[in-house]
Design a protein around this ligand. Structure first.
Ligand code: 13P
Length: 288
């Protein structure tokens, strides 16, 4: 089926009370692990690519070529979107040009008028091309590729202004943070989420910072319009932990244990288990 925009998969999720996971990819192993798990669970999936990860993989074109070819060679039949994560204005055009099926334009650090103007321009372009676009209001806290936010909470009226531009999906800061949550984290702000959902009715909402949010909060957020949940750090943590165990057990020194196909295998299995757990929690299993 190739890669698709997130529009249909997320409207279906929004109307049926579940969420689709966005799992950020870093390399071939990550991509393969996420795609195989989505197919195994018959779940739609969104592959997230930050600008830093795209640069690491040597560019948007390489990422698009790899993902499209892998969907084909692995005979993936579930809906797969290739989505730019926290795109800059320039990065959004570059990802579109390279063949991404969906972009996030993160204009949350601009004054609201400038965020509106730039988002509007990108909405027109993505609509023309049949792609989907995520916009953001109220920066998500924590650090993502060197950009540091402070666990901010979006203004529901600004969310309405951006939603009314015709964006496919909307990320609103509700106290969520990228990376690990601090001990004294106050939790998600459900009052703001409720207000945002009421005022933007019909536009699926996105929850960033999916690593470490307790399951009951995830479920409550889904019941209040969250239809896409982003997970990145968790897969990195479980991959690193499994790889460390393999090396600490001296397995790389036994036989051909140094072969990258063996050395990276426990990390890949760990990513698959995390993705399985998240897809089950989000309710996207068998929703392809
Ligand atoms: P985590 O790294 O906290 O899972 O957040 C991922 C994310 O929101 C990507 O945009």
């Amino acid at each position: 089926m190739g890669i698709v925009s997130v529009e249909q998969m997320l409207l279906k999720a929004y109307n049926n009370g579940y969420a689709v996971g966005q799992f950020n990819i870093n390399n071939l192993e990550w991509t393969k692990a996420v795609l195989q798990t989505a197919q195994e669970l018959n779940s739609p999936v969104i592959l997230g690519v930050s600008e830093g990860a795209a640069k690491y993989m040597t560019g948007y074109k390489v990422v698009t070529a790899m993902v499209k070819a892998m969907v084909d060679s692995l005979k993936i039949t579930v809906p797969v979107a290739l989505h730019l994560d926290h795109g800059t204005y320039e990065g959004s055009f570059a990802a579109i040009e390279a063949g991404f099926s969906s972009i996030m334009f993160d204009g949350s650090h601009y004054p609201i008028q400038e965020n509106i103007e730039k988002t509007k321009e990108l909405v027109a372009l993505t609509k023309k091309l049949g792609l989907s676009i995520e916009a953001e209001v109220g920066a998500i806290g924590g650090e993502e590729d060197g950009v540091i936010g402070g666990g901010e909470v979006a203004d529901p009226n600004e969310c309405k202004m951006i939603a009314d531009l015709g964006v496919t999906i909307l990320a609103a800061g509700i106290g969520n943070i990228h990376g690990k949550y601090p001990e004294n984290w106050k939790g998600l702000n459900f009052d703001v989420l409720q207000e945002v959902n009421n005022i933007t009715k019909g536009v699926p909402l996105v929850l960033h910072g999916g690593t470490g949010i307790p399951s009951d909060m995830i479920k409550k957020a889904i019941s209040m319009g969250v239809s896409k949940i982003n997970v990145n750090t968790e897969c990195q943590l479980v991959f690193a932990e499994a790889t460390r165990k393999y090396i600490e057990a001296g397995k790389d020194l036994q036989g051909k244990g140094f072969d990258p196909r063996k050395l990276l295998a426990p990390g890949v299995e760990a990513i698959k288990q995390s993705v399985r757990d998240k897809m089950t929690l989000f309710g996207s299993v068998n929703q392809a």
